[in-house]
Design a binder for this molecule. Structure first.
Ligand SMILES: [Zn+2]
Length: 253
C-alpha cells in the first residue's frame, strides 16, 4: 500500500465460500483485504500492509471489503456492523476520515463503481441497495470511534432524568430554578408513593364509612358530609425535602 484513503465497498456477487476459493486461486488475479459474510465476523485474506487485487488503479490506496451477496442485495445488519467496525479501525489505525466519498482521489468510505473505468468499470458494485446503507455504516463507525458521545447522544444523564422528573411532577415553587440532583429521582418516587398511600387511605376510610351507614336511613347530604370527613381524617400529608434528602411523610390532623 502506498497510501490509506479509506475503505471501498464491494459485493461478491456470489457466496462467501465461492469468493474465498476464487481469491485464493492465484490464476484469478483477484483478492480483497476482507470478506464479509452475511452472518459472522470479517475474515481477512490480505494483510493491510499489502495491496489487494480488488479495484485496479485504486489497489494501492484503498482497503477493500467484499460483502457476501448478489448484485442488488442489501447488507445484513451483521454486515453493516462489520463494515462499521472495519471503517472505525481504518480511521484509528491509518487516519482515514470518517466520511462518505464518491471520489477515487478522496478519502473515507467509498465504493467500487466510483473509480469508473480505471477501477475496472464495475459501476454496479456494490449496487444501489448497499450504497443506500453507507450512511448507516458511517454513523455506526462514528459511534464506535467515540463511545462517549454515544452515551451523551442516546442516553440521558442522571442529571437530565432528574431535571425531566422535576419539571414533570416535582416543581418547587419555593426555589424556582433550583439545580436538580440525581437523588431527586428517589425523592420524587417516594413523594408519589406517599401521595398514592394517602389517596388509598382516604378511599379505604370512605368505603368503611359508607358501609357503616348502610341501612341507617340517613339522608344524602349527611352521607356526603360523613364521607368527606372520613377522607379528610385519613389523608396523609406529604412533605418532600427539596434539599435532596429523603422525603418525610406525616399523618394529617
Ligand atoms: Zn467490486
Amino acid at each position: 500500500m502506498s497510501e490509506y484513503r479509506g475503505l471501498v465497498l464491494h459485493i461478491q456477487d456470489g457466496t462467501e465460500d465461492g469468493s474465498e476459493a476464487w481469491f485464493k486461486n492465484p490464476d484469478s488475479q483477484a483478492s480483497a483485504h476482507f470478506l464479509n459474510p452475511k452472518s459472522g465476523g470479517l475474515r481477512q485474506l490480505v494483510d493491510t500492509d499489502d495491496k489487494a487485487w480488488t479495484e485496479a488503479a485504486g489497489n494501492a490506496y484503498w482497503i477493500s471489503v467484499e460483502n457476501e451477496g448478489r448484485g442488488g442485495d442489501a447488507l445484513t445488519p451483521s454486515q453493516i456492523e462489520n463494515c462499521a467496525q472495519l471503517l472505525a479501525w481504518i480511521h484509528q489505525t491509518y487516519g482515514a476520515p470518517l466520511q462518505l466519498t464518491d471520489d477515487p482521489n478522496g478519502r473515507g468510505l467509498g465504493w467500487h463503481g466510483m473509480g469508473g473505468a480505471a477501477w475496472g468499470g464495475h459501476y454496479d458494485c456494490p449496487g444501489q441497495a448497499v450504497l443506500a446503507q453507507r450512511g448507516q455504516i458511517l454513523a455506526r463507525a462514528q459511534q464506535i470511534n467515540n463511545p462517549t458521545n454515544v452515551q451523551e447522544d442516546d442516553m440521558p444523564s442522571a442529571q437530565e432524568v432528574a431535571a425531566a422528573v422535576w419539571s414533570y411532577g416535582l416543581a418547587d415553587p419555593d426555589t424556582p430554578g433550583r439545580a436538580v440532583a440525581a437523588g431527586d429521582i428517589q425523592a420524587y418516587a417516594d413523594h408519589r408513593h406517599n401521595v398514592l398511600y394517602g389517596q388509598l387511605a382516604g378511599l379505604s376510610a370512605a368505603v368503611k364509612t359508607l358501609a357503616g351507614l348502610v341501612g341507617q336511613g340517613i339522608d344524602t347530604a349527611a352521607v356526603v358530609t360523613a364521607v368527606e370527613q372520613a377522607i379528610a381524617a385519613a389523608v396523609v400529608n406529604v412533605h418532600v425535602d427539596v434539599t435532596g434528602t429523603n422525603p418525610t411523610a406525616s399523618k394529617g390532623n
